[in-house]
Design a protein around this ligand. Structure first.
Ligand SMILES: NC(=O)CC[C@H](N)C(=O)O
Length: 221
């Protein structure tokens, strides 16, 4: 399986993502520039990754400008053909802005940028992972109708929780509705999450829980 990592002006987690995929997970990675649009080297078994950062300086709203880049039009077409797309942090914000995922990421409830380890629960197998967050606008919100759909289709892939697995708003770093840390689309080929699994893939960093996220979502070894 091949991964394409899209770089926007202001991306700052692209190197971490490429390094985690290549070095820690031993995957083939191609770096993509936001002004290009060619994805012909990927097939639908591959994955396009939108990394974290401050694309276009977070002006207007996080992800609102990146969503109009020529590469994003190709990424939307790729997703609509069934290709896998994964957005982390700013990448998640871009996916919501582009309509590939429902909902929106609002400013954190406490109005501050937060950078710390959090615990998240995988809602498929209940596994609890320690993964860091680093964002100012990570409070997931969706309309009542969208939220009903998201829950009905089991699209909440990760929820913030306590180390023991309890889900309560107090354990959320940003006040997300339903403690949502990550969701998928209904077809399960587009995924977005605020925590950064690529920052937790190396033994040198003292945490390899992030590898489990990539393995769970993309069935890689
Ligand atoms: N690390 C990131 O991707 C930051 C995301 C975003 N720009 C925010 O502060 O919310």
């Amino acid at each position: 399986m091949k991964f394409g990592v899209v770089v926007f002006p202001g991306s700052n987690c692209d190197r971490d993502m490429i390094n985690a995929l290549q070095t820690d997970l031993r995957q083939e990675v191609i770096t993509l520039w936001h002004k290009d649009k060619d994805l012909s080297m990927f097939d639908t078994g591959d994955c396009i990754v939108l990394p974290g950062g401050f694309s276009f300086g977070d002006y207007l709203r996080c992800g609102a400008i990146a969503r109009f880049s020529s590469m994003m039009q190709s990424v939307i077409d790729f997703a609509n053909k069934g290709g896998k797309v994964f957005g982390v942090c700013n990448g998640f914000q871009v996916l919501c802005e582009s309509g590939l995922l429902p909902g929106v990421l609002l400013q954190n409830a406490h109005m501050q940028f937060t950078c710390k380890n959090t615990f998240i629960r995988n809602n498929v197998d209940g596994e609890i992972l320690k993964i860091p967050v680093a964002h100012g606008e990570g409070r997931f919100f969706a309309s009542e109708a969208d939220l009903e759909e998201i829950e009905k289709n089991n699209q909440i892939i990760y929820s913030y929780c306590h180390e023991d697995g309890e889900i309560h708003i107090d354990h959320s770093p940003n006040g997300s509705i339903k403690s949502i840390a990550g969701i998928s689309n209904k077809q399960r080929n587009v995924f977005g999450m605020m925590p950064h699994p690529e920052r937790a893939c190396s033994e040198a960093l003292g945490n390899t829980d992030g590898r489990k996220v990539f393995r769970e979502l993309f069935s890689i070894n």
